[in-house]
Structure formats: structure tokens, C-alpha cells
Design a protein around this ligand. Structure first.
Ligand code: FES
Length: 546
């Protein structure tokens, strides 16, 4: 039976509204949304987050557990109006920002506007979000008044000279002088100039900055604060710190012109030694933690981290995939950047090779191949018969290639893509293929182990979120064809980009998301692949090309 009811709603701004409606068993969140007061229902009204919390200041509401009377804090998606009530909606529970796809990342959940740091409009009103990757670092400058991204700047992590992956950096940190030098490399030689550049681009002085938020893997965050990461190099890979924490700019030697030394910088919470704050951020920003169906996050960066959500339970593993899909260690490999070959199509009968470069440069001027082009090569070279199941060139097919496309060096065959002779020729060798297959096998086997642990199949996944810069140019069908995403259908895949950066931005603009990330990190069960009995067999199977 329905009847007329009314509730008083008080907003953070002090504004009061009376809402009259016909009670029809809708949730309080739905009633408010119908009256232009949408709440931050980021878990889809499933009672899993704190986005929709309101304060019941007078009267009562009905919940599944019975009638709740004031004063009380209730989840508006779990409550129904029961008559007269006075409700206060805190700023953190109002949607200010809808899910968005940024230039390089997607945020799949709505979020409120309640910044992490106090700000003064027109004065100190700016903050920065950083993703400290092992290979690259990106800084966003954010207006705290509007929540908008003002500018961005990215560069290689200057620590690269100490090694191209976390293991080599951990090794380097055994020497105390290297630990100091690596902190300097990331803070003073990478973040500081990027922050300055982002400020110049936005036309804002560093004086206006009130704080920052940083995501990164556990090793990167240790090196950022000058903490010894060497325990991460040996079992049980115990981090010195893993919870989110705040440091001061001067405390990490971030000294830049008019940037206040006491500027607070929030480090996002991580999960374990090899599942860092970048992954916590990804699990949250992708919305996977709240998906009603099983979902998977695959972050292919310098390493491959995988998180599975099934029945609300989160499991994760880190694979030692290495940076091959970022182009590292390959003869002509490069990161996805202007001038890199990003797409490649190859047929054999007749032989045809088509390529596309980022920025549409002619192939002759390309500066390398990025991960997505290597995936295209593996898929089309295999389907055309040029590559066999083991990743070696099929001898019969090889002989049919035009002479100018064949290179043999010390018995090692390579497909030559450009006319240029000598070392400058763009080429893909069998050694490159072997390295790519190792990275593919580590990720493919990791996905299978997580699925097997949860007792589900790839087909049961509602969504597969592909995070990291690598995914942005990826031909998903080719990734599936080579077994990188074995058993997954293209329509399950969502490319979400740099979710680590998205998480740092969310923490800045909506401080409740930081609490939820902290809560999420404790719910993730980490599976050690090296201890999983079947990992090796699955890895060997995945070394083959389907
Ligand atoms: S929307 Fe109500 S708990 Fe998440």
C-alpha cells in the first residue's frame, strides 16, 4: 500500500529542502535521486561501500534490520522512508563527478567532492596526483575547487639507470649510497621537474599547492620515502610499510621554488610486497570491487599484477612477467610514445605488411615497436603460418618471405620491417618472440591459477579490466588469439588505462575513497604463484602460441 510521506533534507551548505513523495518501497537513495539529490551510490546500491551514508537527525527510517530512529548514520540504499524524518546529507555522499574516461585512464565509479586537503579558492587551491611507475611517472595537477584536472606531465623514472625492473632496483638499494641516489632520482630528478612543468602548463604557481597523493608499487613507494626496500627482494617479501601514510614534501626532499616544505603528501595504501598501492587504486577506480558478477583486473606494466573478484571475494597475484610488453629488452622495443609502431598486420600469401605509428609517422621514421605491435605480430604471424607453436619461424614460410624482409644474424632469424640496412633496421627476432612468450605465459598462467582457486572459468567473468598504458593501443582480439587473455571474449574486456593515477586523483578529490581503499586492501587474499603447485605446468603450456 502506498501513502504520501515527507522528509526534510539538510545539505552541507545549510540549505534545507522538503521532499514530498508517495511511499512505494523505493530506497531512500532512489527517492533522493528522483528529487535531484543523487547520492554517491558507487557500489550500485549493494550495501558494500560508504558512499551513500546519510545522517538521520530526527524521525525514523526502515532498514532490513528493523526501524532505525534518530540519531543514526544509515546507508541510504539500505533504508526506506517510514514517515517523517530529518536527514542530513554530508558533502562526501553527494555525487559531484560521474564516471569518466580521461585521456589516459577511466574512472568507473562516481565520486563526491570532499577534497583530502583544506583549500582556499583563488589561494592555496591546487593539488597534484602522481603515479610513480617503475618505468614512467605521470603528474596531474588538480583544481580542488572544481575537481578538474588542469594539466599533466609525464617522463621516464630517472631511477631507470639503476635497473629497468623492481628486482634490479632492490638489489641496487643494498648499497646505502644507491638508496639515497634513487630517492633523489625519483623525487628531485623526476617528480620535481614534472610538477614544475605541470604548474607552468596550468599557469599556476607552486605556492598554490596544498597537497599531493601518490600511487605506485610497493618498491617505488619505499624508494620514494628513502625506506630500505631490500626485504622485498627475499621471501617472505615483507614491506617496511604497506598502509597508506602521509609525509611532508621536505621529508622526502621534494624541494621546489615556492612549494611549502610542510606540504602534505598522501601515499596510497598497498596490499603486499608485490601488489602495491597502484593495484589498490586500480581495484577501486575500475569499480571491480563492487561488480555484481565476477571480474578480473589485469595490469600489464613492468610486471603483471592480476586481481580477481568473485562473489565479493578478492584474490590477487603478481607475475614475474617482466617489462617485455613495455618494449624493454627487445631488439627494437620501445614504450608507447610518438613515433612508435603501435599496430601491425601481416599476411603471407601474398606477403603484406601494414603498420601504424603513434602520431602517424611513416614507418621509415618509426623509432621502435611498442607492446601492442608485438602482440599484433605474434597473432598475425602465427595465424599466417610464419610462426610455429613454439614461436620459431616456420622454415618453409620463412623462405617465402621477400629477401629484404629476412635477416639472419648468428643463426638467429629476424623479420625486417624497414628498408634501412644494418643496426638501424626495425626488426623482430626469434629471441624477441621468446621473451614475449615468457611474459605472456606468466600472465596467462597467473590468470588461470586465480580462476581455478575461485572455481570459475574465464567465460564466467562479467568484466575484464585491462589496466596500464599497454592496454591503450592493444588489439584485444589479438591478445586473446595469442593466449594472453585465454578463454576471454573481446566483449568482456574494458580498457581502463592508468588506474593507479585514477586512484591518486580520486583520493585527492574525494577523501572517503582513501578510507575505502584502506578497507579494500585488507580484504585481498594474495596467492604466491611460486608456491602454487600447478603454476609451472600451466606456465609451460602458455609458452606455446595457440
Ligand atoms: S551505494 Fe549504498 S552502500 Fe554502496
Amino acid at each position: 500500500m502506498s501513502h504520501a510521506a515527507s522528509i526534510q533534507v539538510e545539505l552541507e551548505s545549510g540549505e534545507c529542502r522538503e521532499i514530498t513523495f508517495t511511499s512505494d518501497h523505493r530506497s531512500l537513495a532512489d527517492v533522493l535521486a528522483a528529487h535531484a539529490l543523487p547520492l554517491n551510490t558507487r557500489c550500485g546500491q549493494r550495501g558494500l561501500c560508504r558512499g551513500c551514508e546519510v545522517e538521520l537527525r530526527d524521525g525514523s527510517l526502515r532498514t532490513e534490520g528493523g526501524t532505525v530512529t534518530a540519531p543514526a548514520t544509515v546507508q541510504a540504499c539500505r533504508a526506506r522512508p517510514a514517515g517523517e524524518a530529518l536527514i542530513h546529507i554530508p558533502a562526501r555522499s553527494r555525487i559531484e563527478h560521474r564516471p569518466q574516461v580521461g585521456e589516459t585512464f577511466a574512472i568507473a565509479i562516481p565520486y563526491a567532492h570532499q577534497p583530502l586537503f583544506r583549500f582556499v579558492p583563488g589561494g592555496r587551491d591546487t593539488a597534484f596526483a602522481v603515479d610513480v611507475g617503475t618505468t614512467t611517472v605521470v603528474v596531474l595537477l588538480v583544481d580542488l575547487v572544481t575537481g578538474e584536472v588542469l594539466s599533466r606531465a609525464g617522463a621516464f623514472n630517472e631511477q631507470i639507470r639503476f635497473g629497468d625492473n623492481v628486482i634490479t632496483r632492490i638489489e641496487a638499494a643494498r648499497k646505502p649510497e644507491n638508496l639515497i641516489a634513487m630517492q633523489r632520482a625519483i623525487v628531485m630528478e623526476t617528480i620535481q621537474p614534472l610538477l614544475q612543468r605541470a604548474c607552468e602548463r596550468a599557469g599556476r604557481s607552486l605556492e598554490r599547492i596544498v597537497g599531493g597523493a601518490i600511487a605506485g608499487n610497493t618498491t617505488m613507494l619505499h624508494l620514494l620515502v628513502g625506506e630500505d626496500p631490500t626485504p622485498l627482494g627475499i621471501a617472505p617479501f615483507a614491506p617496511r610499510f604497506i598502509k597508506g601514510k602521509q609525509v611532508f614534501a621536505s621529508g622526502i626532499n621534494l624541494i621546489a621554488d615556492s612549494l611549502a616544505p610542510e606540504t602534505p603528501i598522501q601515499l596510497l595504501p598497498g596490499i603486499a610486497g608485490y601488489i602495491g598501492a597502484d593495484i589498490t587504486a586500480g581495484v577501486f577506480a575500475s569499480g571491480m570491487a563492487f561488480d555484481p558478477t565476477p571480474s578480473l583486473l589485469v595490469d600489464i606494466g613492468t610486471n603483471g599484477e592480476i586481481v580477481l573478484q568473485s562473489g565479493g571475494k578478492l584474490t590477487a597475484c603478481a607475475t614475474a612477467a617482466g617489462p617485455a610488453f613495455e618494449g624493454c629488452g627487445l631488439l627494437c622495443g620501445t614504450r608507447a610514445r610518438e613515433g612508435a609502431v603501435s599496430d601491425l598486420w601481416l599476411t603471407l600469401n601474398p606477403f603484406q605488411l601494414e603498420t601504424k605509428t603513434i602520431g602517424d609517422l611513416p614507418l621509415a621514421r618509426a623509432n621502435g615497436l611498442c607492446g601492442s605491435a608485438y602482440v599484433d605480430f605474434l597473432a598475425t604471424a602465427r595465424s599466417s603460418g610464419l610462426l610455429g607453436v613454439t614461436g620459431r619461424f616456420d622454415l618453409g614460410a620463412w623462405e617465402k618471405l621477400p629477401a629484404q624482409n629476412r635477416l639472419t644474424d648468428d643463426g638467429e632469424r629476424a623479420l625486417r620491417l624497414t628498408e634501412t640496412n644494418g643496426a638501424g633496421a626495425l626488426r623482430i627476432s626469434e629471441v624477441d618472440v621468446a621473451l614475449l612468450l615468457q611474459a605472456k605465459a606468466a600472465i596467462g598462467a597467473g590468470i588461470e591459477i586465480l580462476l581455478a582457486t575461485a572455481g570459475i572459468r574465464a567465460a564466467d567473468l562479467g568484466r575484464v579490466y585491462l589496466a596500464g598504458g599497454f592496454g591503450m593501443h592493444l588489439n584485444v582480439a589479438h591478445a586473446i588469439a595469442i593466449g594472453l587473455l585465454a578463454g576471454i571474449r573481446a566483449e568482456q574486456v574494458r580498457v581502463v588505462g592508468n588506474t593507479a593515477l585514477a586512484g591518486a586523483l580520486l583520493a585527492l578529490v574525494d577523501r572517503t575513497t582513501l578510507d575505502e581503499m584502506e578497507n579494500l586492501r585488507t580484504q585481498v587474499e594474495v596467492i604466491e604463484l611460486n608456491l602454487a603447485a600447478e603454476f609451472e605446468d600451466r606456465y609451460i603450456e602458455h609458452l606455446m602460441l595457440p
